[in-house]
Structures are given as structure tokens and as C-alpha cells.
Design a binder for this molecule. Structure first.
Ligand code: PEP
Ligand code: MN
Length: 339
């Protein structure tokens, strides 16, 4: 059960605090929407207890509206303004575009540094790379773990790029947090609710991938698990879904971008690498995502894709990354984004 308490424009901070205090007194959660002229308090908790509260009668309250969607805090109803996330100076959302690129997995210090330098030189905003790799086969390369994180952090420090990397297991969260700037949730963990709740308390932005068999509504509910714990900095990622088509590994659901942007205030990125699994489709799918309104692109690039331990066939060689980035960033600018 949840309600939105919409305060009068002239409501004082004391009046807002009073409403929040009364809500918390009955054991419900009070979530204040960020920014905006009018303050909105999202009230989430037990239906009986909430309906007993005389919210409308409290000083400063304009009106009280029920939120009927299964997700609340991530909805546009709760917050009209786009969420803007600042990752050590790299901004995403609300008109700010971020190009996030790097290898599928961290292999050697030289490999990750070469990738980071190419990303930086091309005007990229953050670097990606996996140290914990949830592979479909248990016999495939599973990542370098903490050694990989350290290699990535060194490349990040040298280039000034913030680091996006996946957390697979809540038990690894502390170690990943020591190195990462953004915590990625992979497509196989979109509905790992225990992991999501932990990430909600981790104090770092989260990049949440849509699972290949997850509906948009389920993705938004997964994001709600994170935001509900107090972490509002969630980036959603469309990375392809399972369809009957066999020409591509997954089908990039381009329409998910505008659908999510209508339903939610959170930033959305597309992943053109994992969606198709094909190098020749990386540029067209990136452009399609940007044209559809994506706030960023998450893409794989490797100095030597032929020798990559993971996802080589879909990785852009760093030698052509500059050309690729120019096309993507040009289109992002053309759609009115700041890059
Ligand atoms: C990745 O980003 O390297 C990855 C494993 O992607 P996904 O979870 O989308 O398959
Ligand atoms: Mn990959």
C-alpha cells in the first residue's frame, strides 16, 4: 500500500518533517522526492496503519493520492523530474549522456589500461569491465576476482574514468565497493532480490540490467527493491531479451527505452554488445538506442578481441573505438543531450 502526500508549494521544512515523523511513527516508510518545486512524500507501509493516519489534515499538506502501480518510488508519479546521477563528475540522466565502455572481463593490467586509454581518448565517460563473471557454462572463465578489480582501479586512476563492474554475490559486496564507482547487476541477477536489497544499502550507484526474460514492469520492481532501501541512484540497462529470432543472441528491445522513460524518472542505457552478440550490429543498435532517447550506452571494447577470454566476437577493437564513439556522441548531441 502506498500513498503520495503532495505538500503545498509554501509548506515549510518543519511541516514536511512533521509528516515524515508521523508516518515513521506507525512503522511506515517516508520517502521525500528529490528536487522539484513541490515536495512529495511517498508513504509505503501497512494499508490499515496508513489509512488510520489523518494525512490530509496535517499542516502543509495539499492532497493525498494513492499510487496504484506495483512500483512506487521509481515511478514518474512519485518524481516527475529526471534523476541525474553524478559518478565522480560523470553525469547521467536529465539530459546528460554517458558512454560507458571497456572489455567484457579484466584479463591483464595492460589489457585493461589499453582499453581505458582508448575509452578516455574517444570521449567516453566511464569504463566497464568484469572481475566476477557469471558465465553460462561453469567451465568458462569466471573472472580474476579481486586481482581484476585492482587492475581496473589502477586503469581508472590513471585515466580518471569512474569504474562500472558487476557484483554477482552479496558476499563480494565489500570487496567490490573498495574498487568500484558503480555496481552492476547482471542480467542473470535482475530478480535476485536479496542482492538488490543489499545494493540498496551499499551507498554507490547501481547499474541494473534487464534480464533476458524480464518484463519492463518486473525490471522497475527490481529497481524499486534497491531504491526502497534508500539508494536512489539506479541506472537501468536494456541488454536484449529472449525472442524467437535466431539471427541475434538476444533482441534489443528498443521500445523499452521510451517505455521506461515514460514510466520512470531513472536514467536508461542500452547495451548493444550483449543484446545481439554481433560486432557488426554494435553501431546500428547503439544509434537506435540513442535515437530512442537512451541516456547512455554500455559497450564492450578490447585491445585484441581475437584473444579475449570472454565475448571477443562482439567486442569493438579499441583501434576503431574512436570512430565508433564519434558517431554515438554526435547523435547524442543531436538529440539534445550534453555529452
Ligand atoms: C556483462 O556486462 O559483461 C554481462 C555479463 O552482461 P549481461 O549480464 O547483460 O549478460
Ligand atoms: Mn560480456
Amino acid at each position: 500500500m502506498s500513498m503520495m502526500v503532495i505538500m503545498h508549494e509554501a509548506a515549510t521544512d518543519e511541516q514536511v518533517a512533521h509528516v515524515c515523523a508521523r508516518v515513521e511513527e506507525i512503522g511506515a516508510g517516508a520517502h521525500l522526492s528529490a528536487g522539484g518545486r513541490v515536495k512529495v512524500i511517498g508513504v509505503i507501509g501497512d494499508r490499515e496503519a496508513i489509512t488510520q493516519l489523518p494525512l490530509e489534515a496535517m499542516p502543509g499538506v495539499d492532497r493525498v493520492v494513492a499510487i496504484l502501480r506495483p512500483y512506487k518510488l521509481v515511478s514518474r508519479e512519485f518524481q516527475q523530474r529526471d534523476t541525474v546521477i553524478d559518478v565522480r563528475g560523470a553525469r547521467i540522466g536529465g539530459g546528460h549522456f554517458a558512454l560507458i565502455a571497456g572489455p567484457c572481463s579484466i584479463e591483464t593490467p595492460e589489457q585493461v589500461l589499453a582499453a581505458a586509454k582508448a575509452v578516455k581518448a574517444a570521449g567516453g565517460h566511464m569504463m566497464r569491465g568484469g572481475a566476477f563473471k557469471p558465465r553460462t557454462s561453469p567451465y568458462a572463465f569466471q573472472g580474476l576476482g579481486e586481482d581484476g578489480l585492482a587492475m581496473m582501479a589502477a586503469a581508472g586512476a590513471e585515466t580518471g574514468l569512474p569504474i562500472v563492474t558487476e557484483v554477482v554475490d552479496p558476499r563480494d559486496l565489500d570487496v567490490v565497493c573498495r574498487y568500484a564507482d558503480v555496481l552492476q547487476v547482471g542480467a542473470r541477477n535482475t530478480q535476485n532480490f536479496l542482492l538488490l536489497a543489499e545494493l540498496g544499502k551499499a551507498g554507490k550507484p547501481v547499474l541494473l540490467k534487464r534480464g533476458p526474460a524480464t518484463t519492463i514492469e518486473e525490471l522497475l520492481m527490481a529497481a524499486e527493491y534497491i531504491v526502497k532501501e534508500g539508494n536512489r541512484d539506479v541506472i537501468l540497462c536494456e541488454r536484449g531479451i529472449r525472442t524467437f529470432e535466431t539471427a541475434t543472441r538476444n533482441t534489443l528491445d528498443v521500445s523499452a527505452v521510451p517505455v521506461i522513460k515514460i514510466a520512470s524518472h531513472l536514467p536508461v542505457v542500452v547495451d548493444p554488445s550483449h543484446s545481439a552478440g554481433r560486432l557488426d550490429l554494435v553501431l546500428p543498435l547503439s544509434l537506435a538506442g540513442v535515437a530512442a532517447g537512451a541516456d547512455g550506452v554500455l559497450v564492450e571494447t578490447h585491445p585484441n578481441p581475437e584473444h579475449a577470454l570472454c565475448d571477443g566476437p562482439q567486442s569493438l577493437p579499441t583501434a576503431v573505438f574512436g570512430e565508433y564513439a564519434e558517431r554515438v556522441l554526435d547523435l547524442a548531441r543531436w538529440t539534445g543531450k550534453t555529452v
